[in-house]
Design a binder for this molecule. Structure first.
Ligand code: ATP
Ligand code: MG
Length: 349
């Protein structure tokens, strides 16, 4: 019997519902055409509409609800929701935020040096560090008003993301990992990162690895993009570097991301890097490719690697043929891209 997967679809706000609905159409078409697995999407209505009806953005039992699924496909939320309103990475222990960055057909890499395009894998620590929410304020509104923002790092937290990053690097042809820190200036947490990286590296003798300071890393990404394969860093550092990477790859409209629990005790959540983009909401022109790619990453994670490769092949063929939304300089609308990908699936499979 073919395997069946249960996916929580959480469209959210802005263009979230548009790109998630586009993606469900494409993935359902893929599953039906292949006939090798079943996939079932359950709509979960969290976001602004839910807030209007219930006075909160998500239900109180949101974590229990999510745990019933094999994975989640997420659209976008308005930034105003704030991390605390949403089931964040911490309670689900989705400690690895993974962002593949690749020059996509139809997008132009703005770097002259990257004639062969970019192909990187970014791994961001997603559960502690600079976004631990610890700190405080004092002497509010006085001349000597002060604030502390505490970055919290634990050996357990660093070790698990480091191990995941080395495994990721090991699975890629170049087997190369750059560990980004700022240990020349931040002499506690960043020194612990360096120490744990050196310890974990001993278990991966076939992976070439090096340390790099985050400031120097930004220059290397622009000046020597071909010297980079897999990068791992803290929550803050990789937040910044991954936006830079998306910009260098050509467009935020194609950038995917995965929030993973590598222990697989909790469902992992897949989402486009972009946000709710209210300026184009309702116009039918949102680029669905970032969400298609996120769904392909989801298929790989749940065990349908071959289906994911076929999906990406069809998406890339359609983009290379020039069926592009306006953010990539094309004239297609969202549904036009969906239809073209569904036609390509029909032809290819
Ligand atoms: P949020 O506050 O949720 O982060 P945002 O309005 O800042 O949302 P972003 O997603 O960060 O929006 O994107 C910035 C801009 O990039 C948008 O205003 C939009 O014009 C463009 N953009 C983002 N995603 C897409 C997409 N999928 N297709 C087309 N354009 C997009
Ligand atoms: Mg934004």
């Amino acid at each position: 019997m073919s395997p069946s997967y249960r996916i929580a679809s959480i469209p959210g706000d802005g263009i979230g519902p548009e790109v998630v609905s586009a993606t469900i159409q494409v993935v359902e078409k893929l599953a039906k055409t292949l006939g090798t697995f079943n996939i079932d999407f359950t709509h979960i209505p969290w976001g602004t509409q839910y807030y209007k009806e219930h006075g909160k953005y998500v239900s109180d039992d949101c974590l229990e609800t999510l745990r019933k699924f094999d994975a989640g496909l997420f659209g976008a939320t308005i930034s105003l929701c704030g991390a605390s309103s949403w089931p964040s990475a911490a309670p689900l222990q989705l400690y690895a935020n993974v962002r593949p960055v690749r020059t996509f057909p139809g997008t132009k890499c703005p770097l002259n040096t990257a004639t062969e395009g970019i192909d990187w894998m970014l791994v961001r620590e997603n559960s502690e560090g600079e976004y631990s929410g610890q700190g405080g304020r004092s002497h509010i509104d006085q001349e000597w008003e002060a604030a502390t923002e505490v970055a919290m790092f634990t050996r357990v937290g660093i070790k698990r993301i480091m191990r995941f990053a080395f495994e990721t690097a090991q699975s890629r042809p170049k087997k190369h990992l750059i560990v980004v820190t700022k240990s020349n200036s931040m002499r506690n947490g960043m020194v612990l990162w360096d120490k744990v990286a050196a310890e974990v590296s001993k278990d991966f003798p076939d992976v070439k690895w090096e340390k790099m300071l985050v400031d120097a890393m930004t220059v290397r990404m622009v000046a020597k993009p071909q010297s980079i394969d897999t990068i791992v860093g803290t929550n803050l550092h990789m937040d910044i570097l991954s936006d830079l990477a998306a910009g260098l790859a050509g467009s935020i409209g194609v950038a995917p991301s995965s929030n993973l629990d590598p222990t697989r005790k909790n469902p992992s959540i897949f989402e486009p890097v972009h946000g709710s983009a209210f300026d184009i909401t309702g116009k039918g022109v949102a680029n669905p490719v970032a969400t298609f790619w996120s769904a392909a990453e989801m298929l790989i994670w749940i065990g349908e690697k071959d289906a994911a490769a076929k999906l990406m092949h069809c998406v890339e063929t359609v983009c290379a043929a020039g069926v592009l939304t306006p953010d990539l300089g094309g004239t297609a609308n969202t549904q036009g891209v969906v239809d073209a990908v569904c036609d390509e699936i029909e032809k290819f499979i």
